[in-house]
Design a binder for this molecule. Structure first.
Ligand code: MG
Length: 361
């Protein structure tokens, strides 16, 4: 690898192990070693809703995230089923993310329990491995939770790597080992290749990433369009997408579209409150406060009205946000039937204090 290009990229993906379930076990150590399922109430097998997370012990019964909780109950009625305690997970997540954030300015949280770090600046994969170890230890020490770390030259490889040795794993894919790492994996190890695509590829005799690599690009393009080209690029290990906090995202919004137009103010206000809760949750998760609330009403006939209003001081308080949204709504609403209702927050302020990052590498 002597080509003339900037220093090698080193990307780390960190994924907390069975996050919700692990937090529950930490809170209640008597659950340790037991099959724990966090999610909807199974109601003796008649419950609706899905499994949010389950412990590794529960996985041994075939239970998985996103599985209907009734199925999980059937697989293991003696599992310990717990409700989702989102406030607790969010608080824990914020602590964990703050630790990770210290290690690079190029940080991207992708969900409540997962993040990427671009640590190219530390110069070598050996250093990267030590950083990975240090982050794992710090998270364990501070929160009593394990995570798995993947390190590689791009986000996709790092993400696949973090999933390789769960729980508490660490997998490092150095640039000269990309082929050994990727070749034997099934095609759906590549994010974005789902079950459907996998089945279609199998019909063409393509099972592993190596098979994919051997494919004619034109044929892939004909069969899968742009997606085919992307698959082939990823199979080659080409992935230069940047690690960056989605601050290109300048607002957090959510809207409800009604199957039938709604004219009942109490329904609209109650939905407005739900929408505020949704966006406020996501605001808090990102560690921001906001200055501006926007309410958008779409009346029947696709007539849009929207209005924004700002606070004197940035806030994350749900009551404050809802009161503002209600004022705007009251001002906008003229009692015509409503097709959809939306709330968005903008004017972000970083509520988190960025601590010094490690410059010692
Ligand atoms: Mg996870």
């Amino acid at each position: 690898m002597t080509e003339n290009r900037p220093a090698q990229r080193i990307i780390m993906h960190i994924d907390m192990d069975s996050f919700f379930a692990s937090v529950e076990v930490r809170e209640n150590p008597s659950l340790k070693g037991k099959p724990v399922v966090v999610g909807a109430d199974p109601k003796g097998g008649k419950g609706r809703g899905v499994v949010s997370t389950c412990s590794y012990e529960a996985r041994e019964y075939g239970i998985r995230s996103a599985m209907p909780v009734s199925t999980a109950y059937r697989l293991c009625p003696e599992c310990i089923f717990l409700p989702v305690n989102m406030q607790l997970y969010k608080k824990t997540s914020a602590n964990v993310m703050n630790i990770m954030r210290e290690y690079s300015d190029k940080f991207q949280q992708v969900s409540i329990d997962e993040a990427y770090l671009d640590i190219s600046f530390i110069g070598s994969y050996d250093n990267a491995e030590s950083v990975g170890r240090e982050i794992k230890e710090r998270i364990f020490h501070a929160e009593g939770l394990t995570c798995s770390v993947g390190i590689g030259p791009g986000k996709v490889i790092a993400k696949i790597a973090s999933g390789m040795n769960k729980p508490a794993g660490m997998t490092v894919v150095r640039p000269d080992a990309i082929r050994d790492f990727l070749d034997p994996l099934p095609v759906d190890a590549i994010p974005g290749i789902g079950k459907k695509t996998k089945v279609r590829l199998e019909k063409h005799g393509i099972v592993t990433i190596k098979d994919l690599l051997g494919c004619d690009i034109q044929e892939l393009k004909d069969a899968f369009g742009k997606h085919g080209i992307m698959m082939h690029r990823l199979a080659r290990g080409i992935d230069d997408s940047e690690v960056r906090e989605k601050e290109g995202q300048k607002s957090i919004g959510k809207q409800t579209t009604y199957p039938e137009d709604v004219s009942d103010t109490s329904i609209l206000l109650s939905d407005l409150s739900d929408l505020c809760e949704n966006v406020q949750n996501r605001l808090e998760l990102r560690g921001y406060s906001c200055r501006t609330v926007t309410v958008k009403i779409r009346y029947a006939g696709f007539i849009d009205r929207s209005k924004a209003d700002s606070f004197l001081h940035p806030t994350i308080d749900l009551t404050v946000i809802y009161e503002k949204a209600k004022d705007i709504f009251t001002d906008l609403y003229d009692e015509r039937p409503v097709r959809s209702l939306g709330v968005s927050l903008s004017g972000f302020d970083s509520a988190k204090s960025r601590q010094s990052r490690l410059d010692d590498f």
